[in-house]
Design a protein around this ligand. Sequence first.
Ligand SMILES: [Fe+2]
Ligand SMILES: [Fe+2]
Length: 276
Amino acid sequence: MEIGSKEHKELFCCSFIESHLEYEPERLPWPNLDSVALESLRAIPFWQEALNTEQEAGVMVNAFAATISDPLLQEAIALQGREEERHGKLIQYLINHYDIEISQPLEPVVPTNIKTAFLDFGFGECLDSFLAFGLFGLARRHATYIPQELFQIFDVVLNEEARHIMFFVNWVTYQQIQEGNKSKWLRGTNAFWHYQRALQDKIQAFTGSNDKKQESFTATGSSNFMDNLTPEVLLSTCLEENSQRMNVFDKRLVQPQLIPNLAKITLRTLKFLSRR
Ligand SMILES: [Fe+2]
Ligand SMILES: [Fe+2]
């Protein structure tokens, strides 16, 4: 199968559509939490940002789907929109169910340049998901006071994010090839440019140096699960969890590679420096 061909489009759209799970957030087996688990869940600072991110994503992806003329691509992107919307509902349900205090959520707005917004969101999601996979793995191992049932609920959400980034990298590659960009090198440079923008946002969220001083979905959660979290432990867990989640996809599809490869180089450099 040739990447960028009609067969490629059918494979990445159909595998995305067929792997969709039906569930209602309010019908999931939400566990009862004891006071320790409840306190630690309430202390995690990213629920507000997670809710805003997912609600905005739902509105933006649905609006982008409405602009697509190819029926199969349209169906797949609209499905992603519904899944993002459901993530928003799931986080809203969690906030209400466990009585987590947040300020008034922002009303999501449709961005003016919808295709650029979808591109920025997709690359940002590749980076966010890579970090989220690792943080989730660490939390599951170390935050033993949180019941496994809650991790199982978020495991499903993270598998959906893994499907989204697989769909996105294949869509973006297909799209570029269809538009005449057949050079792998040029496509790589383009991806690199988007990722460095997403990474800059992430660094600003970590250091609080942007105007909004937002609490990033993934950037601020780590200290709640584990003391003495080193960059080496975080990166190696991200890599391990990422390869487990991405291994399940059809090997003929394009895999998100740039972020894991950069993480591998950074990890090797950090290990080398600490040995010296
Ligand atoms: Fe989501
Ligand atoms: Fe997503």
